[in-house]
Design a protein around this ligand. Sequence first.
Ligand SMILES: Cc1cc2nc3c(=O)[nH]c(=O)nc-3n(C[C@H](O)[C@H](O)[C@H](O)COP(=O)(O)OP(=O)(O)OC[C@H]3O[C@@H](n4cnc5c(N)ncnc54)[C@H](O)[C@@H]3O)c2cc1C
Length: 378
Amino acid sequence: MEQFCQNKIKIAIVGAGPCGVYCAINILNLFEQNNFQNYRLDLIDKGQILRTILPTGNGRCNITNAIEDVRDFVKNYPRGEKFLYSLFFRHSNFDSIEFFKSIGVDTCIEDDNRVFPVAQSSKYVKDKLLNKLRTFKNIRFINKKINSQSDLLGYDKIIISCGSRGTKELIKSFSHTCIDFKKALCALKIENASKYPKGVSVKSLDGDFIFTNDGVSGPLIFKISSVNAYKEFPYEINIRLFEPDNLIELSKKFPKKSIVNLVCEFIPKSLAMVQVGTENKKAAEVSKEKMISYSKLRLKVLSCAIDGEIVNAGGVDLDELDKNCKSKIIDNLWFCGEIMNIDGFCGGFNLQNCWSGAYVVANDIVSSIINKKCLECK
Ligand SMILES: Cc1cc2nc3c(=O)[nH]c(=O)nc-3n(C[C@H](O)[C@H](O)[C@H](O)COP(=O)(O)OP(=O)(O)OC[C@H]3O[C@@H](n4cnc5c(N)ncnc54)[C@H](O)[C@@H]3O)c2cc1C
């Protein structure tokens, strides 16, 4: 007990991205609320603090999503749905919105439920988080790359929030299993891309997408890439462009019109021409089966392209963590954020994984310290 009082508790957060910083602020807040000062918190990053928040939401930072029911919210995570359910019950999207309000970031909800700062700037969010960090004394920032567990000797509590880029070996150095990282939320390269109208956007029944130089991009494609993150290339995708019955009805009304002109009622002309090809007959001469085939876009996906939100599927195996994101293998070790085998669709879901995980970890760490502390430490 005496030794405990003499030595400050040393906490390391490795990774000062959105998750690490949110975790740090919550730990510091909780210590302050409990009037506990016998600690030192090191926030360690190989790069600049919060640099990874800057490109989010195209520079606007899609902080979270305003879906109300947790059961609906978790459906937006192809990996991690069950694990997140418990995290979101303890720190929801609305708790995060409150947190941001408390540090001066007012938010607004767009029609599709995405939540952005009113300032429409990720730099603004970064600055507010940094301003909040600066109000605390017992924290220091260390610019250093952590390569393995042995670089963190001497720390009593360790949080790893290093994201998913180049962190496989680090995860393994802690004797944890790393589920292979795979790109998700990316644009896709397709076979015969040159035959499709580059730059043309399409509103399909399944979602919106756009033809690029070498393939397809846009919200629907990001979702498809995410769902298929572990599928071997090449694979085929089918997009429902429009309701075939509507074309069939229209062709009955205008049997003498050319079929391509009728297909144009539902999709851009340049795409209609590709779909119909050289068989541009009068509507009355086209079979039902053909019309159904015009309503579907079948594409062969060759690989991921580089643009998009690009999160990685994969990371720390969730079976090796308890409900507080604490390692079941090594004592006093926690993981949170994108380094875990959790990834969500576009719409603020990936940052929400960071906020909720970071909050739960902060609470678990602080309660493990406060509950054990001796009276002199108060
Ligand atoms: C272009 C783009 C736009 C996005 N837009 C959105 C959006 O609008 N909304 C949304 O919800 N999500 C978005 N995302 C996803 C979101 O940004 C990530 O899910 C989120 O940043 C993950 O946060 P993190 O703190 O877990 O990891 P990261 O943001 O990756 O941060 C990890 C930090 O750890 C540091 N680090 C890594 N390894 C080491 C090491 N060995 N030693 C020391 N430091 C290390 C890194 O330098 C980094 O600072 C976007 C992603 C991209 C790429």
